[in-house]
Design a protein around this ligand. Structure first.
Ligand SMILES: NC(=O)NCCC[C@H](N)C(=O)O
Length: 411
């Protein structure tokens, strides 16, 4: 595999530049924590068959490797990061910061986790610890909590690495996840990007303490142009903060703030629209005509500490996007073949494609109507199975965090 020698090692300025490196999370024991009592709270619609989900995920990773994409695994990076004492201390302190533990249990767990190997600590941080699994620290809190209550919550949505960090240019944004079940994920991505030797020197943006922005809402439409969905997960204040940061860092000239319905089916912008070419998106037709965008640009001089943002009135999304991208039109390929098929295939993440290069995209095989349409439009579809992976409501884009793509030429 070769990368252009003048390109930074970690870089992304589009959704479709040739994919070089991606971070995935192979589903593991954290999925075995899901029960009919907690799956709603943990944001899964069902209980996945874990070994089949792993097979499906391995096939996804293999399809990427077959296209010369370097696959990094979040848990491997985390375990390597946790070899450092300072990273371990940081990880343990943040994982035990919750107000549900009490001093006795927190002190016991801190000592217990400090003794754990990096592999074991990774496992506790991702699959969690249940009250009935601890051997010490017993007292009022352990007695009053239900035996099945989690002292450290499992993170089954780690599978969706897209949401907990986003590379924009040569910087990585640590996002701020809105749902309590996912909030701790970004403590782990922050630790990896700030303490793993591979990322030494990488500069970060945003942060998990900031206003909510989730990676599934962030679409790098092309060099200098970023669309950000605002709905169930990313807040208006989140997109404002994000816009200020990318303008300040010179990473974008326009941010499109795109209001989306606050519903589970459309939890992120990438559940209704993803790019499959430099000027083509696959899009949910039931919202395509009503989707609007406010173009946000910098009204003050670059470098002025009082950054003033100019916010344009709402315009149809595709028009606003094409204008900001400097192209004649952002063409649309519809999900499904009719409104009902479109609704079914949108729910099953037919829109949620991962581009490997212009006109080459990974998609769930089950969405026949959408995949046929993509192929008719000249897109090569790399089909993967997702019957179990999809039970958390996320497709190939949600399950991948591009760390390196070949740059697209601006303009
Ligand atoms: N970008 C995405 O749409 N990610 C899918 C996230 C699914 C996860 N179960 C969630 O509700 O957050």
């Amino acid at each position: 595999m070769s990368t252009p020698t003048d390109a930074p090692r970690h870089f992304a300025d589009s959704e479709v530049g040739r994919l070089r490196t991606v971070m995935l999370h192979r589903p593991g024991d954290e999925l075995r924590r899901l029960t009919p009592r907690n799956n709603d709270r943990l944001l899964f619609d069902g209980l996945p068959w874990v070994s089949r989900a792993q097979e499906e995920h391995d096939a996804f990773a293999e399809a990427l490797r077959a296209r010369d994409v370097e696959v990094l695994y979040l848990t491997e990076l985390l375990t390597e990061t946790l070899a450092s004492e300072s990273a371990r201390l940081h990880a343990i302190t943040s994982a035990l910061a919750g107000l549900h533990l009490g001093d006795t249990l927190r002190t016991y767990l801190a000592a217990f986790l400090t003794e754990a190997s990096p592999e074991e600590l990774t496992s506790y941080l991702t699959a969690g610890i249940r009250n009935d699994e601890v051997r010490g620290g017993h007292g009022l809190v352990t007695a009053l909590l239900d035996p099945h209550d989690f002292l450290i919550d499992p993170l089954p949505n780690l599978l969706f690495t897209r949401d907990s960090s986003v590379w924009v240019g040569d910087r990585v944004a640590i996002t701020s996840l809105a749902m309590p079940a996912r909030a701790r994920e970004t403590q782990l991505t922050e630790l990896i990007y700030t303490q793993h030797p591979r990322f030494a020197g990488s500069r970060t943006l945003h942060g998990w303490q900031s206003e909510h922005v989730e990676g599934g809402d962030v679409l790098l439409l092309g060099p200098g142009v970023i669309a950000v969905g605002v709905g169930e997960r990313t807040t208006p204040a989140g997109v404002e903060r994000f816009a200020r940061q990318v303008f300040h860092a010179g990473l974008a000239h326009t941010v499109l703030a795109v209001p989306i319905a606050q519903e589970r089916a459309t939890m992120h912008l990438d559940t209704i629209c993803t790019l499959v070419d430099v000027d083509q998106v696959v899009m949910y037709p039931n919202v395509a005509d009503s989707l609007q965008a406010h173009a946000v640009t910098l009204a003050s001089e670059p470098g002025d500490p009082d950054m003033v943002l100019a916010v344009a009135p709402a315009e149809p999304f595709l028009e606003a996007a094409a204008k900001a991208m400097g192209i004649e039109a952002l063409r649309r390929i519809d999900t499904g073949l009719d409104p009902v098929t479109a609704e079914r295939e949108q729910w099953d993440d037919g829109n949620n494609t991962l581009a490997l290069a212009p006109r080459v995209a990974v998609a769930y095989e089950r969405n026949d109507g959408t995949n046929d349409r993509l192929e008719e439009a000249g897109i090569e579809v790399v089909r993967i199975a997702g019957s179990e992976l999809g039970s958390g409501r996320g497709g190939p884009r949600c399950m991948s965090c591009p760390i390196s793509r070949d740059p697209l030429t601006a303009g």
